[in-house]
Design a protein around this ligand. Sequence first.
Ligand code: 4AD
Ligand code: MG
Length: 432
Amino acid sequence: MESISLKNISDYLNKTVSLKGWLQIKRGNNHIQFLQIRNSGRIIQVVVEKEKFSEEDFSKIKTLHQEMSLELTGRVVESEKSELGFEVILESYSILGDSIDYPITPKEHGTDFLHNNRHLWLRSKRQLAILQIRNELSYAIRSFFYKKNYVLLDTPILTGSVGESAGTLFETEYFDLGKAYLAQTGQLYLETGIFAHDRVYCFGPTFRAEKSKTRRHLTEFWMLEAETANFDNETNIQFQDIFIRTVIKETIEKCKTELKILERDVDKLNSFIQNPFLVISYDEAISTLQSKKEEIQWGEDINAERESILTDHYNGALFIKNYPRSIKAFYMKQNPENPKTVLCADLIAPEGVGEIIGGSEREEVLEKIIGRIKEEDLSLESYSWYLDLRKYGSVPHSGFGLGLERLIAWIAGLPHVRECIPFPRLMGRLDP
Ligand code: 4AD
Ligand code: MG
C-alpha cells in the first residue's frame, strides 16, 4: 500500500490507508490511546482501541516515545473535533526509527533553549503553522508578479559595491579583487533589468550587519524587490498597496487552520486590508507625532515606537512618503517640489510590526546621482556600471523592497521576526 500525505487526507475518507509519520504526542488510558501523528506538516489523531489489539501489542503502544517514526495502517474517518476534520482508526503499526529522550517535551521551554534546538523545534505545532504560512505567502508573492508580467531576475549575493548603506556591510576578501560584500539589496542589479524587460523582480536572501537586537531585525532576511520602468513614486505606491493586500488575502484564504493554531485574530487582520492603505507625507507624520507630545524634529528618522504611535493614531497600515533626503539612500530621486526631501515611501504595518516596505522613485539624472554618491563618500568607480544606466536611455523608474519575515510576523501575529525564518541569523546566533 502506498503511504499517503496528510495534505490529501480528504481523498481517503472511509478508506484504509498506510501513513508514515512521527509521533508528536500520545495520551490515553488502559482502554484507548490517542497518537498525534505528524506527516507533511500536518497532525492527525490516530485512535488505538484496545479490543483491536493483543494485550502485548496494546501495552507496546503505551510505551512508544515522542518523535519515533512509525508506519501505520488504519481507516480514515470524519472527526468534527479535530483541526484536520479527520482521524485514523488504527489497525496495525510498525516502528521505523527510535527516538530516545527527545529534548523538546510538552512542558514550557525557554526561548533560548528552543532556538538552540531550532533543528528539532521546527517539528512543533506552532512552528509547522508558521512555515506553512511562509510557504503560502512566498507562493502568493511569486504568482502575483508572474501574473503581472514581471520577469524574475536573480541578483548576485556577492557584490563589489555598497547597495544600501555602508554601515551594515558584511565583507570578505575576494581573491585578488579586494573586498566583496554580501548583498544588502538586489536593487541596483534589478535596475539594470528594467531596460531589458521593463518589469523585473527578485526574491532572495539579503544581508545586513545590523548591530541591533530588536524584534524586527535579522542579519539575514528574505526580501522581495520589484523594479518598474516608467513608473513614478505615486504609481509605485498604488502598486505596492494592491500587491500587499492581495498576497495577505490569498495567504489568509490558504492558511485558515494555521492561523487558528497561532490564535491570530483574522477578522482584525482582514479589517486592515479591506480598503487601500492611507498615504501621508513625512511632514504630516512629524506634525502628528508632535501633536502627541513626541519630541521629534523635522529631519529625524521615525523609530519603531513612533511608527506604532502613527499606526495606532491612523488605525491601520500607512505609507509615509517623501522623507528627508539626508536620512535616505543615495539613489532616491530628489523631490522637485521640495529638494530637501525625496520621492519615496515606506509602508508601515500596524500591531507593532512597523516598516515592512521601503521604496522610491530612482534618481535618473546622471549628474545628480554622481553628486549623491560623492556626498555619501562612496567610490564612484565601483558604481561605473550602475551609472551607465543613466547614460544609455535613462528613464524615470521606481521600485521597492518587502521584508518577507516582517510580513509573516504581521500575518501570523508574531511579536518577533526570528520565528518567521527557518534558521534565524541574529547578532548572537549563527547555530544551528
Ligand atoms: O528599506 P530597505 O533597506 O530598502 C532597500 O533595501 C531597498 N533597496 C529596496 C528597494 O527599493 N528595492 O529594506 C526593505 C525592507 C524593509 O522595509 C524591511 O521590511 C526589510 O527590508 N528589512 C529587514 N528585515 C529584517 N531584518 C532586517 N535587518 C531588515 N532590514 C530591512
Ligand atoms: Mg527602509
